[in-house]
Design a protein around this ligand. Sequence first.
Ligand SMILES: *[C@@H]1O[C@H](CO)[C@@H](O)[C@H](O)[C@H]1NC(C)=O
Ligand SMILES: *[C@@H]1O[C@H](CO)[C@@H](O)[C@H](O)[C@H]1NC(C)=O
Ligand SMILES: *[C@@H]1O[C@H](CO)[C@@H](O)[C@H](O)[C@H]1NC(C)=O
Ligand SMILES: *[C@@H]1O[C@H](CO)[C@@H](O)[C@H](O)[C@H]1NC(C)=O
Ligand SMILES: *[C@@H]1O[C@H](CO)[C@@H](O)[C@H](O)[C@H]1NC(C)=O
Ligand SMILES: *[C@@H]1O[C@H](CO)[C@@H](O)[C@H](O)[C@H]1NC(C)=O
Ligand SMILES: *[C@@H]1O[C@H](CO)[C@@H](O)[C@H](O)[C@H]1NC(C)=O
Ligand SMILES: *[C@@H]1O[C@H](CO)[C@@H](O)[C@H](O)[C@H]1NC(C)=O
Ligand SMILES: *[C@@H]1O[C@H](CO)[C@@H](O)[C@H](O)[C@H]1NC(C)=O
Ligand SMILES: *[C@@H]1O[C@H](CO)[C@@H](O)[C@H](O)[C@H]1NC(C)=O
Ligand SMILES: *[C@@H]1O[C@H](CO)[C@@H](O)[C@H](O)[C@H]1NC(C)=O
Ligand SMILES: *[C@@H]1O[C@H](CO)[C@@H](O)[C@H](O)[C@H]1NC(C)=O
Length: 831
Amino acid sequence: MKNLLIGLVFALGYAGSAQSWFIEDPASLVNLFIGTTNGGHVFPGATLPHGMVKVGMDTDSPGNQAGYDADPQYNVTGFSQLHDSGTGGGISLSNFKIFPLLTCEQDYFEYCKTSLESRKVLRNLLPDGIPDDYAQPGYFSTNLSTGIRVELTATRRVALHRYTFPSAFPSNVSANPNTNTNNTYIHPRIAVDVTNDGSQTSTFPLMTINTTTKRVTGGAQFQASFGPGRYTLYMCADFQVPGVDAVGAGIEEYGAWLADYPVQWTENVEQVYYGFRDELGALLTFPVKTTTILTRVGVSYISTDQACSNAEEEIPDSGTGWDFDGLRESAYDTWKELLSRIQVDPTGVDQEIVSLFYSSLYRTHIVPADYTGENPLWNSTEPYYDSLYCNWDTYRTLYSLYALHAPVDFARIVRGLINIQQHEGWLPECRGATQKQYIQGGSNGDPILGEFFVKFYKYADALNVSATDLYNALLADAEVQPPNWDLEGRQVNIWKSLGWIPQDGYESGGTNSKQVSRTLEHAFGDFVISQVAQLLGKTEDAAKYAQRSGNFANVWNPNVTVPGGPSSVVGMMQPRFMNGTFNYTDPRHCSVNDPTQATCYLNAANHDGFYESSPLVYSQYVPHDTARLIVLQGGPQNFIDRLNFIMDEHYFDETDEPSQQIPFMYHYANTPGHSTQRSRQVISGYFNTSVNGLPGNDDSGAMGSYAAFYLAGLYPLPATRQFLLSSPYFPQISFYNPAFNTTTTIIAHGFNGNPADGTGGSVFVQNVTINDQPWHSCCYIEWDAFEQGAVIELQLTDNINVTCGSDSSALPPSLSTGGYGDFSYDFGMGV
Ligand SMILES: *[C@@H]1O[C@H](CO)[C@@H](O)[C@H](O)[C@H]1NC(C)=O
Ligand SMILES: *[C@@H]1O[C@H](CO)[C@@H](O)[C@H](O)[C@H]1NC(C)=O
Ligand SMILES: *[C@@H]1O[C@H](CO)[C@@H](O)[C@H](O)[C@H]1NC(C)=O
Ligand SMILES: *[C@@H]1O[C@H](CO)[C@@H](O)[C@H](O)[C@H]1NC(C)=O
Ligand SMILES: *[C@@H]1O[C@H](CO)[C@@H](O)[C@H](O)[C@H]1NC(C)=O
Ligand SMILES: *[C@@H]1O[C@H](CO)[C@@H](O)[C@H](O)[C@H]1NC(C)=O
Ligand SMILES: *[C@@H]1O[C@H](CO)[C@@H](O)[C@H](O)[C@H]1NC(C)=O
Ligand SMILES: *[C@@H]1O[C@H](CO)[C@@H](O)[C@H](O)[C@H]1NC(C)=O
Ligand SMILES: *[C@@H]1O[C@H](CO)[C@@H](O)[C@H](O)[C@H]1NC(C)=O
Ligand SMILES: *[C@@H]1O[C@H](CO)[C@@H](O)[C@H](O)[C@H]1NC(C)=O
Ligand SMILES: *[C@@H]1O[C@H](CO)[C@@H](O)[C@H](O)[C@H]1NC(C)=O
Ligand SMILES: *[C@@H]1O[C@H](CO)[C@@H](O)[C@H](O)[C@H]1NC(C)=O
């Protein structure tokens, strides 16, 4: 494979380009506003794939985790440079807002209202009452009620803003003694806000205005969103009026402001704030009749100098003005190339579904954010990715989607994770703004590394991933107890000695909570390690961790039923004490049916054993050994009854990741038609292209990747080489993989559209061939097909009673039935 790197240079040799159904520009089908109100927290602004800078509009809505809110009642507070997407927790980032001011009382500098509260304005509304906002990959624009048009685009670490003021806005004020112009027209002004991050947490702000260039540099310390840490961030803003020769030329007034008090001609402001909020920034006045003002904002976690050098490097100065339209186009083309790697045949498919697919795919590449060169914690030549917020959300589906079409990004992210482990001791779990944030469950960097290695072990060298370092990182999580397991690693000592996390195992070093969900996730984490060990020929380790992966059964109490529930649903994952006896948590706890309506979020005092999902949901969570789970649950029929109960009684929680596999679990009971129907009902019920089109938060692309897989008719099993198989929402779908330069196409014969409510239809898989050879299962396919490039043909039927196939190898693998041992299939394509 020494020529692999040639294949990585994105020679766009898609087999797809020869197909009549090739979608030339999938980026044009992306709707960036899905999930941008009512808690979706999706970021609709401008970014490159995995860009550090995510420049977007900030509003004063309560749910402005990503800055923006599509609800027009909320006011705009600025256009800031960094955001996350789809996160919960406190409002993250949203640092360094830029704000265009049109009217200051008497057009007088020192009467300008600069504070967040005073300056905010509504957006213009379109005739149908929605805000006049527009976005496409790499670009965002809006029209403010002041008549100012705002446009944003980005490179990796630099934002470019274009403000278009209404032309020659007449002023009615009498002569202003403080400006030397004649005041017939109003002066456009730009405010730079150094201190107001989304949560208003700044301390130690510093700001300087260069009196020659009018360059504004500054920075402050801010609070990370979901952890105890604080971070320091710097900015560097330059201004240019296109057509006026030099950057900073023509600016008539400048000065610093504190809250609503701008002071002319101030240059340096350095303040230290303790425990109270204040607001600090710069204000610049442009000549009357100026319509267009470009603002370039570099950011850096290292220094203001680096923020400026980033800005100059990525958006160089030019006499005529920075090329906003060129940068916008280049960002768009980057997205277009990335999204084109997955092609769908839209024939007979509602346009909304095609848009839903590409919009979901788009959202999987907003974060993790590539902070390479911007890590303030240590120097390294390795990539550094941040906004891993959180691996608990994303490990289930996000990285498997990358494996299919973005292996180089995936490899770089993995290298970044390993590098963090080498410097901090443990893999990151939930990271934001360079800080460790709170762990939600297990050590979920493990399945991300496992997913990479199990699928790309033959190519690890070519992708610059060290197998040794990767394995050592896994072992650190599995074997070494960290000083604080709420921030990294696991409560390992007790896990190793006991085989479960006990409810009464008080130890200093982290909170004693989430004991059952941690047990289940650690079991899966150890399964992952066993798979990597096996590939590395470490058979003893492989056996040891495979053994430990069976520990999930230690928290299975066979006698617990659901109060008022069916008798066939018996046995539940439950909290267990050190002495081996069980405590009891009502299986309805943390569900919509919970009589106590408890929440199980991190901020709740949840010592009941479960995190963000009910015992009923967690009782399905053994992805590596569902066969064993079926035995524990009383056999296939009881298992099916339980799945039906979970789905019909709404224990399935579409808003949260632990439920994600449940609709697909009918596969393991040889009734895959029900998985197909249930998963399609989930899409119909909860996903669409409206601003409300997401259940819950997008969680850094977790929901986007989940929806994309459901629409593709696949469900991933991370750190394995299998995908569960259903029918795609398209007559054909193909995946181009740049690491292998292969295209794999799934063709659905008998495709006859998608039933609107997800029920029925010619959507059930009754027969599968791969490269014209009969395939032994209708329930799963092997990664090898994607590695080698293949044509997978499905025959669809309207009979829901299809099966996986006639023999036991047709069922998806499980550890206890001999699965996960054989790593290679040859589809005759050769690699
Ligand atoms: C990738 O595959 C295509 C078609 O299969 C071929 O034309 C092209 O040369 C290959 N590119 C590289 C870089 O190997
Ligand atoms: C938005 O600003 C306008 C004008 O200042 C104000 O009347 C309105 O109440 C604000 N809306 C919200 C939701 O704060
Ligand atoms: C804003 O106004 C401009 C000029 O009238 C118009 O071209 C644009 O479509 C409007 N909407 C957005 C979102 O930019
Ligand atoms: C100026 O005064 C005229 C007449 O009173 C009014 O229509 C117009 O809106 C005013 N313009 C501004 C910018 O206040
Ligand atoms: C005032 O400004 C306007 C617009 O720039 C210009 O046309 C006019 O000549 C100016 N008048 C004086 C007295 O400077
Ligand atoms: C302001 O910028 C100019 C031009 O880059 C530079 O020569 C000068 O040193 C700067 N002034 C300060 C105080 O840094
Ligand atoms: C990284 O290297 C630079 C240049 O040698 C040095 O100034 C800086 O302190 C180093 N940073 C860290 C975190 O070690
Ligand atoms: C479950 O019930 C059986 C029969 O009553 C009993 O023997 C067993 O100890 C119980 N198991 C647990 C974990 O309570
Ligand atoms: C086991 O430990 C729990 C919690 O400490 C205690 O309540 C229970 O009585 C113990 N049971 C036995 C049999 O020791
Ligand atoms: C047993 O569970 C109950 C209910 O969650 C909880 O209040 C109690 O603290 C638990 N007992 C122990 C010893 O942890
Ligand atoms: C499966 O499909 C292939 C090709 O479409 C066909 O030749 C074969 O007869 C089918 N097998 C069954 C059992 O339907
Ligand atoms: C599928 O099986 C169910 C239960 O056995 C049966 O009621 C139904 O009629 C079957 N559907 C078809 C299309 O055969």
